[in-house]
Design a protein. Structure first.
Length: 318
């Protein structure tokens, strides 16, 4: 028997999934490594934490996450295989992604070469474009929700806070999202929120553009462009502080990247890129100027070391 927090799981679940061990856990959920006996493949099972097993709102949120992911089919988005029931709760059967979160990588190497950051940013943006084209806004883009495989392939994870673009439901008043507030009392992750998230304004795709801009900035500098000793000061920084420049010279790769990132971090959504497609094109234009040999060398030097630091994680757990 394996315990999912205090919840015991049998050696074989639903006569199909052989439980192999726990991958990780958090306040909302636990992720279990398992073998699909029928299809002979490794998978990850995402369960609600034991204190949420009978909580209808938490179950509704897990089901909503499954419904959201099921609409998406792209190599840069973690695959959902199924949603099933066990006793009094549901669990997700998901693709097992080998690698590390972008957070784990940044904790280890601190800063990524600009060439490498651009490559990763294009993949992240591509995944988000697919979601946006399906009318889905992620709303929680951060390094913890981005997996990188040993060969530098991106998988965007955790659509648990995602919402439909045309939905009139406001997450701040929705019972589905109850209990998911950050330290600031808002829904999402304080350090990666857009100004409109902080102000509880209606959200569209441009909130993800802002959050991705923060992630890109952090990849090449090793720090978040906004700061504060507490949530209130951090929110104030996001609302009113202009990020420091990425570069010290008026030419070069960082200069070109800075123009793109600063635009994505505009306080007014109307001043950002029109959509994720425009951001992708801007990043690709820079990428075309990078020698292919340089890109390959950079990936081998940093992300390539994942072969030695390999860990397995499927969902960034809230």
């Amino acid at each position: 028997m394996l315990k999912n927090n205090e919840h015991a799981l049998p050696e074989t679940l639903n006569s199909r999934y052989q439980i192999l061990g726990k991958l990780g856990s958090g306040g909302m959920a636990s992720v279990i490594k398992a073998r699909d006996i029928k299809l002979k493949r490794l998978v990850a099972l995402k369960f609600l934490s034991s204190d949420r097993l009978g909580d209808k709102r938490s179950i509704d949120r897990l089901v909503l996450e499954a419904q959201t992911i099921s609409k998406l089919n792209h190599p840069n988005i973690c695959i959902l295989h199924d949603i099933l029931e066990y006793k009094n709760t549901h669990f997700l059967v998901m693709e097992l992604v080998e690698g590390e979160t972008l957070r784990a990588i940044l904790n280890r190497v601190k800063v990524l070469p600009a060439e490498e950051a651009i490559q990763l940013a294009i993949q992240i943006a591509t995944a988000l474009k697919v979601a946006h084209d399906s009318g889905i806004i992620h709303r929680d883009i951060k390094p913890e929700n981005i997996m990188i495989t040993p060969d530098g392939h991106v998988k965007v994870m955790d659509f648990g806070l995602a919402k439909l673009r045309d939905s009139t439901e406001d997450a701040t008043s929705s019972s589905t999202y109850s209990g998911l507030k950050s330290e600031s009392g808002l829904y999402g992750t304080d350090a990666y929120m857009s100004p409109e998230q902080i102000d509880n304004l209606p959200l569209d795709e441009k909130t993800d553009i802002f959050s991705l801009g923060i992630v890109i900035y952090e990849m090449v500098t090793g720090r978040n462009p906004f700061s504060g000793d507490n949530s209130t000061l951090l929110m104030k920084s996001i609302l009113h502080t202009n990020p420091p420049s990425l570069h010290t010279e008026q030419t070069g790769l960082l200069y070109e990247l800075d123009r793109i990132v600063q635009k994505s971090l505009a306080k007014d959504p109307a001043q950002r890129q029109r959509d994720m497609h425009e951001l992708i094109l801007q990043l690709q234009n820079i990428e075309r100027g990078i020698p292919e040999k340089t890109i390959a060398q950079k990936f081998r030097s940093s992300i390539g070391v994942l072969v030695f630091f390999l860990s397995v994680l499927v969902v960034s757990i809230i």
